[in-house]
Write a protein that binds this ligand. Structure first.
Ligand code: 13P
Length: 293
C-alpha cells in the first residue's frame, strides 16, 4: 500500500515504536526494503536524497518503481524526499509521485528555516503529501558534529517552529550525525532533551544518522519517542560487502545472481532492524483513507 508518512508516523508516535526510513537508489534496494516490510508486517519509508537523485536515482524513474512495488504488498510504504534542500526539488519530487518530502533548512537561521519550511509544507499538503522538517542541525560524523551541543534542538524553539510551519514530523538533533563514526566510537545522546522534546511537542520525531548509533541508544530513543529512524551508510556498506565477498568467492558469478545476493543481504539487515525498533506486526492498524489514489 502506497501512503504518505503522516498517518504512519502518527500511529508510531501514539504506540511508541519507530519506522525505518532507508535510503534507496535502485530496484534491488527498493525491493529489499518493501519485501522486508511485507514479511515483517511492518510499515516502512523509502528515502531518496537530492544527491542520490542527481547521481543515480532519477525521481521520475524511481517514484513509479517504488510505487509499483509498494502497491503489490499490504503493508504501508511511503516514499520520502530525504533532506530536500530547495522548494524546487520538493516540487520535483511531488510531481514525480513521492508521497512525502523532507525540507531541511536547518543550516539557515530560525526565521529562514520557518519561512522555507512553511512554503514547502503549504505546497506539499495541497498535494496530499506529508512534510518532515529539521530544527537544530544533524551534521556529519566525520566532522565530529554530533558532539557539538549548540547544534542540538532547542525545546522552546521547536514548539514555536512546529506551530508556525505545520510540519508533520520533526527531525531533532540530540547527538547523532550522518555517515560513519570513527572505529569503536558510539555517540553519547542527549536523552533528557529528547524526553523534553516529546513532552512538549507530542508529535512524530525523527532521528537522522541511524548508522553506527549503537543498539542500546536506538532502543532507548525509541522508548523516549523517536518514530522514524534514517539509515543509509550501514546498509550501503553491508550490501556492498556482501557483493564484494560473493564476487571474491565466485568470480564467474552471473550478474543477476550477484545483484540478488546483495538484495538478500540488505533485506535480512532491514528485517533485523525492524525487530529492534518495534515496527513488526503493526500494519493492521486503521489506515483511514491513507492509501493514495
Ligand atoms: P546514516 O548514513 O548515518 O545512516 O544517516 C542516514 C540519514 O540520516 C539520511 O537522512
Amino acid at each position: 500500500m502506497y501512503v504518505s508518512m503522516k498517518e504512519m508516523l502518527q500511529h508510531a508516535s501514539e504506540h511508541n515504536y519507530a519506522v525505518m526510513a532507508i535510503n534507496c537508489v535502485d530496484f534491488e534496494q527498493a525491493r529489499a526494503i518493501v519485501s522486508a516490510a511485507a514479511e515483517e508486517g511492518s510499515p516502512v519509508i523509502v528515502d531518496i536524497s537530492p544527491r542520490q537523485m542527481k547521481a543515480h536515482a532519477t525521481p521520475e524513474y524511481m517514484a513509479p518503481l517504488v510505487r509499483a512495488i509498494a502497491e503489490d504488498v499490504d503493508v504501508p510504504v511511503a516514499l520520502n524526499l530525504d533532506h530536500g534542500d530547495t522548494y524546487e526539488n520538493a516540487c520535483r519530487a511531488i510531481r514525480a509521485g513521492f508521497s512525502s518530502v523532507m525540507i531541511d533548512a536547518s543550516s539557515y537561521d530560525f526565521e529562514e528555516n520557518v519561512r522555507r519550511t512553511r512554503m514547502v509544507a503549504a505546497m506539499a499538503h495541497a498535494h496530499g503529501a506529508s512534510v518532515e522538517a529539521e530544527l537544530g542541525h544533524v551534521g556529519q560524523a566525520a566532522a565530529g558534529d554530533g558532539r557539538t551541543a549548540d547544534m542540538y534542538t532547542n525545546v522552546d524553539l521547536a514548539k514555536e517552529f512546529v506551530e508556525r510551519t505545520g510540519c508533520d514530523a520533526l527531525a531533532v538533533a540530540i547527538g547523532t550525525a550522518h555517515g560513519a563514526y570513527p572505529d569503536d566510537f558510539v555517540p553519547t545522546l542527549d536523552f533528557d532533551r529528547l524526553a523534553e522534546l516529546k513532552e512538549a511537542l507530542q508529535m512524530p520525531l525523527v532521528l537522522h544518522g541511524g548508522s553506527g548509533a549503537g543498539e542500546e541508544n536506538i532502543r532507548h530513543v525509541v522508548s523516549l519517542g523517536i518514530n522514524k529512524i534514517n539509515v543509509c551508510t550501514d546498509l550501503f556498506r553491508l550490501q556492498r560487502k556482501a557483493m564484494h565477498d560473493k564476487l571474491n568467492e565466485n568470480p564467474g558469478i552471473d550478474y543477476m545472481d550477484l545483484m540478488m545476493w546483495g538484495e538478500q543481504a540488505a533485506k535480512q539487515y532491514i528485517k533485523d532492524y525492524m525487530k529492534m525498533i518495534g515496527s513488526c506486526g503493526r500494519y493492521g492498524f486503521e489506515f483511514e483513507g491513507a492509501a493514495l489514489d
